[in-house]
Design a protein around this ligand. Structure first.
Ligand code: ADP
Length: 450
């Protein structure tokens, strides 16, 4: 049975297209919203209907709750898919959807509220025995108290905003002398970005890997995990390349991390697709850092190695269906690598490079998937993030996946804008990457002055 007959897609670009595709396959009609900056974009024509919701600036379009709800009401949809970013982790939006009798395709309002507060999520993790990075018990009131905690856990420490996201609201303090500055900078950056200056403190783990576990839960208490993604290749705490399985995770560790992820998901009484992020210390310990309550950019990596369509499953579960898979049905097969192809200039500090795309030749062949809304003649707007698409390869082994990714990157031609393709060509041939020796400092250490 179809979970819904008509859905509003409240997002743009590649994730809007990803949702439209999933719905088409499920026989669900879609209505997609767009801003004036996205008028004429090709993916809009793949939806059954489209509605302009205002000017380019996100706060007047993709972030404007009243406009999204109005679009849903006039288009007679039963549910809203928020994608990632924008309103996807906004509890107020989820609550308004609920009160308007529109199914929010994502977790419950309580889930978003509780897990969206990183300090509260840490406390929940602690309560159910999931290891967390040593740190302050909740929000820190002032600099004096913060310094006391920092001394107790030992430098270096990381000052983190409870509302943080996208690497913002986070500052490292290596010693007491830099502490005050880090404390205030993290708070004021968070105030600006999230209108919430509350911070907490964590031990700064040196050279960790970022390893996250994908989970999926239904409304009947079933939870499964779908293995890990290694997202250690980051620039300024932002992910650039993801892979699964992680070169650092064996069956035993996967089982332990998977169990931790499931314990937390159950404790939160969670529903839908979610990601539990951990740091993996070089000494083999792992620590929970946060839970993302949305479908993530890097979800295709898990789809390729498990064969499970996460967006479709997410829609089914939101429609009230039980999970179609049990834990023993989940098998990790082969190796997947994803590169985020951004319109940025890696030779110039990754500066955004909007503009009109000229020649555009996408790689193909065995094991290659490209999730993108872009084509020759498309104009990349300057208003939004610079993701052009995700180049994903899936082969039997990591070595073969690297070979296919190199070949695919070589085939790729994008003219008119700068892209991150030349940067990935460097990464994919780097000795330490090929060996699987990665940590979150890899780019700063080996590749560029970022
Ligand atoms: P955001 O929500 O902004 O993405 P996260 O808490 O998920 O923030 O952390 C993003 C990245 O920051 C991690 O992948 C890791 O590279 C780094 N990081 C976060 N916490 C720590 C820590 N305690 N020690 C070292 N690095 C950290």
């Amino acid at each position: 049975m179809k979970p819904f007959s008509r859905i509003l897609v409240a997002n743009r670009g590649e994730i809007a297209l990803r949702i439209i595709r999933a719905c088409r396959e499920l026989g669900i009609e879609t209505v997609v919203v767009y801003s004036e900056a996205d008028r004429g974009a090709g993916y809009l024509d793949l939806a059954d209907d489209k509605i302009c919701i205002g000017p380019a600036a996100s706060e007047h379009s993709y972030l404007d709750i009243s406009k999204i709800i109005a679009a849903a009401e006039i288009s007679n949809v039963e549910a809203i898919h928020p994608g990632y970013g924008f309103l996807s982790e906004n509890p107020q939006f989820a609550e308004i959807c609920q009160s308007c009798n529109l199914q929010f395709i994502g977790p419950t309002v309580e889930n978003i509220r509780q897990l969206g507060d990183k300090a509260a999520a840490r406390e929940l993790a602690k309560k159910v025995g999931v290891p967390v990075v040593p740190g302050s018990p909740g929000v820190i009131a002032d600099e004096q108290e913060a310094l006391g905690v920092a001394r107790e856990i030992g430098f270096p420490v990381l000052v983190k905003a409870v509302a943080g996201g996208g690497g913002r609201g986070m500052r490292v303090a290596r010693d007491e002398s830099s502490f005050g500055q880090a404390f205030h900078a993290a708070g004021s950056e968070a105030e600006l970005a999230f209108k919430n200056s509350d911070v907490y403190i964590e031990k700064y783990i040196e050279k960790p890997r970022h390893v996250e576990i994908q989970v999926m839960a239904d409304s009947y208490g079933s939870v499964i995990h779908l293995g890990e993604r290694d997202c250690s290749l980051q620039r300024r705490h932002q992910k650039l390349l993801e892979e699964s399985p992680s070169p650092a995770v064996d069956d035993d560790l996967r089982e332990r991390m998977g169990k931790s992820a499931i314990d937390l998901t159950l404790a939160a009484d969670y529903r839908g697709a979610g990601t539990i992020e951990f740091l993996l210390d070089p000494d083999g310990s792992y620590y929970f850092i946060e839970m993302n309550t949305r479908i993530q950019v890097e979800h295709p990596v898990t789809e390729m190695v498990t064969g499970i369509d996460l967006v479709q499953e997410q829609i089914r579960v939101a429609g009230g269906a039980p999970l179609r898979y049990r834990q023993e049905d989940v098998r990790i097969q082969g190796h997947c690598i994803e590169c985020r192809i951004n319109a940025e200039d890696p030779a110039n500090g990754f500066a955004p490079s909007p503009g009109r795309i000229g020649e555009f030749r996408v790689p193909g062949g065995m094991g290659v998937r490209f999730d993108s809304h872009v084509y020759s003649g498309y104009t990349v707007p300057s208003t939004y993030d610079s993701l052009l698409g995700k180049l994903i390869v899936h082969r039997e082994s990591r070595e073969e996946a690297i070979g296919t990714m190199r070949r695919a990157l070589d085939e790729f031609v994008i003219e008119g804008v700068h892209t991150t393709i030349p940067f990935y060509r460097e990464v994919l041939k780097h000795f330490h990457f090929v060996k699987g020796n990665l940590d979150t400092g890899f780019i700063e250490e080996y590749l560029i002055d970022s």
